[in-house]
Design a protein. Structure first.
Lengths: 321, 200
C-alpha cells in the first residue's frame, strides 16, 4: 500500500542571515547541504547558473575586505545576479549620510539583497528591521561573521565527515574576533567541543558564560585537538598593550613548525585570513600539508552562493503567502 | 480471548476498507513486470536507432530519473558489451518557477553527479514522467552548461498528456492520459521499496 508520502521536509524560512547564534543545528546543516550542490558550479566549463537572474545584490561594505567582498561578488555573479559595489570612501557616507538613508536610497533603485559589513555590532539587524530587501551579515563589529563560520564548519565537515565529537581550538585574539564567535556557535551546535586559546588580555570578558572551554596555553592544547583555527591579530582594533611584544606573543601563541610536531598527524590548520605570516603562524605551517586555508576560501564561495540562494527563496516564499 | 478475536476481526475489516479505499482513489497503471518490460523496450529502441560505435551516456534527472538511468545504463552496457556511463542531474537551479509566486514547494538543491565528459557524446536524458515539459527544458539548459553533447535524446518511463512547452520524448514508454489535477506517481524499488506506477 503506497501511502502518499508526507515527509516532513525541512523548510528554510529566513530572508535574512544575521548570525549563527539564532540558527538551529538543523538550519546550519541545511545550509551546508545546500552548499554542496553549488560547489560544482565553480568547477565546470560554464561557471554560472541562473537562479538569481534579474535580482540585484548590493555589497554594502563599511570596512575593508578582500576575501569576503570578492567572494560575495563572485557568488552573486555565478548565480546570475547583478551586483552593485558600495564603498564607504567613494560614497555619500563621507558627506554624512546615515546607514539607513544610504540603504533606503539603494533600495529605491530596486535591490533585492543587501550584503553588509559594518564596524558597529547589530548594524545588519537594524537594517533588516527597516528595509524590505534581504539582509546578509558579512561581519558586524565584534559580533558575528556568519558566512565565515559556515564555511569553516563546511570545510571541517567535508574533510572529517562530521563535527560530532571533534575538539577544536580557536587561538589568538578572541576578544576582537567576530569569526571566533560565529565559529563557536556553528561548531558547538554541530556537536564539537571548542576551546578558546589566547592570553587573558585577548579573552572576551565573561568567556565562562559561553559554551566553550578557555585555555591560556597553546602547548597544553595543541596535542589534543583535531582542528586548530588561528585568528589574525587585529592591530587595527587592539587598544592598549594586550601583549608585551609581537615576538613574545608569537613565542607563546604562534603556530610554529616546532609546535606542529606535537599535534595529531591529521590536524586541520585553518585561518580566516589575512595571515600575518611569522606572527600567528609560520609560513611553513600556513603552506604545509595540514593547512586547509585555501580550501576555506574555495568553500566560502559555495557557502555564500547557498546563502544568497536561500534568503532569496525565503523572500519569494513570502510573496506567495 | 474474545477481545483478541474482536480486535482481529476489526483489523481485517479495516484492512479491507483501506484496500478498497486506496483502490478507489489510486489506479495502478504499471506493475513491476510492466515497468521492466517498458525499460526493455526503451533499451531496444535506443539500440536500434543509435549506431553501436557512437559514444552513449545516460543521465537521469533527480530523483526518480537517477534510478531509471542506472537501470537503463546497466541494460545498455550489457547489450553493447561496453561500459555506458551514467550520471545524475539536479535541475533545481534551472527551474523556471524559483521566483514565481505560482511556484511549488521550496526546492532542495542537491548535487549533480556526472563523472565523465559529456562533450561529443549522445546523451540519453531520462526522467520518470514527462508532463509539462518544464523539467526537460531545465535539464537541457543545465546540460548545455556542462559541455556540448553531440545530441540529447529524451527518454521517459511515462509520457503524460499536458505539455506546456514544445518538447516531446524521443523514447516514450507508457502513454498515460491522466486528468490535469491527478498525480502520476512512479515508485521504484531503490527509492520507494516497490516498483509501481499509480495515478492518484
Amino acid at each position: 500500500m503506497a501511502l502518499k508520502r508526507k515527509s516532513k521536509q525541512f523548510k528554510w524560512h529566513r530572508k535574512h542571515l544575521l548570525g549563527l547564534r539564532e540558527l538551529s543545528a538543523e538550519e546550519i546543516t541545511y545550509i551546508l547541504d545546500t552548499a554542496k550542490g553549488f560547489e560544482q558550479i565553480s568547477t565546470r566549463s560554464v561557471k554560472k547558473a541562473p537562479p538569481l537572474r534579474g535580482k540585484v545584490v548590493v555589497n554594502l561594505f563599511f570596512e575593508d575586505s578582500t576575501r569576503t567582498r570578492n567572494s560575495f561578488a563572485l557568488a552573486a555573479n555565478r548565480l546570475s545576479a547583478d551586483i552593485i559595489e558600495f564603498t564607504k570612501k567613494t560614497s555619500s557616507v563621507s558627506k554624512g549620510e546615515t546607514l539607513l538613508d544610504t540603504a533606503r536610497n539603494l533600495e529605491a533603485m530596486g535591490i533585492d539583497i543587501v550584503v553588509i559589513r559594518h564596524n558597529a555590532g547589530g548594524a545588519p539587524k537594524f537594517l533588516s528591521r527597516n528595509i524590505n530587501a534581504c539582509v546578509v551579515n558579512a561581519g558586524d563589529g565584534f559580533c558575528e561573521h556568519p558566512t565565515q563560520g559556515l564555511l569553516d564548519v563546511y570545510t571541517i565537515r567535508k574533510i572529517k565527515g562530521t563535527l560530532e565529537g571533534l575538539k577544536i581550538a580557536i587561538v589568538g585574539d578572541i576578544a576582537h574576533s567576530r569569526v571566533a564567535r560565529s565559529d563557536m556557535w556553528a561548531m558547538t551546535k554541530l556537536g564539537a567541543e571548542v576551546i578558546f586559546v589566547g592570553p587573558p588580555t585577548l579573552m572576551p570578558t565573561q568567556a565562562d558564560r559561553l559554551p566553550v572551554k578557555v585555555s591560556y596555553s597553546l602547548d597544553e592544547v595543541i596535542e589534543k585537538v583535531d582542528v586548530i583555527n588561528m585568528l589574525r591579530i587585529q592591530f587595527e582594533r587592539l587598544g592598549g598593550n594586550p601583549f608585551p611584544s609581537i615576538r613574545e606573543y608569537s613565542h607563546y601563541f604562534g603556530l610554529t613548525v616546532e609546535r606542529m610536531k606535537k599535534a595529531k598527524p591529521y590536524i586541520l590548520v585553518m585561518h580566516p585570513g589575512p595571515i600575518n605570516r611569522g606572527l600567528e603562524m609560520e609560513s611553513e605551517v600556513a603552506d604545509g600539508r595540514n593547512s586547509v586555508i585555501l580550501e576555506q576560501v574555495t568553500n566560502g564561495l559555495a557557502v555564500r552562493m547557498a546563502v544568497l540562494f536561500l534568503v532569496n527563496q525565503a523572500a519569494a516564499e513570502r510573496l506567495k503567502a | 480471548m474474545p477481545l483478541l478475536v474482536v480486535v482481529a476481526i476489526l483489523d481485517v475489516i479495516f484492512r479491507l476498507f483501506f484496500n478498497w479505499w486506496f483502490a478507489a482513489i489510486m489506479k495502478i497503471i504499471l506493475d513491476s513486470g510492466q515497468i521492466e518490460q517498458v525499460l526493455k523496450d526503451l533499451t531496444g529502441r535506443i539500440l536500434s536507432e543509435i549506431p553501436a560505435e557512437m559514444d552513449i551516456a545516460v543521465i537521469g534527472i533527480r530523483s526518480r530519473g537517477e534510478v531509471l538511468a542506472q537501470r537503463l545504463s546497466g541494460q545498455l552496457s550489457q547489450k553493447l558489451g561496453k561500459d555506458v556511463p551514467c550520471g545524475t542531474l539536479d535541475i533545481t537551479l534551472y527551474r523556471d518557477d524559483l521566483n514565481s509566486p505560482q511556484g511549488t514547494a521550496q526546492p532542495l538543491v542537491r548535487t549533480t553527479e556526472i563523472g565523465f565528459d559529456i562533450d561529443d557524446k549522445i546523451i540519453i536524458l531520462i526522467d520518470d514522467v514527462l508532463y509539462t515539459g518544464r523539467s526537460a527544458r531545465a535539464a537541457m539548459d543545465a546540460l548545455i552548461d556542462l559541455g556540448r553533447p553531440k545530441a540529447i535524446r529524451l527518454a521517459v518511463l511515462v509520457d503524460r498528456i499536458g505539455r506546456e512547452l514544445p518538447i516531446q520524448a524521443d523514447y516514450a514508454g507508457y502513454k498515460a492520459d491522466a486528468a490535469p489535477g491527478k498525480l502520476v506517481q512512479v515508485n521504484l524499488v531503490e527509492s520507494d521499496g516497490k516498483d509501481q506506477v499509480v495515478i492518484e
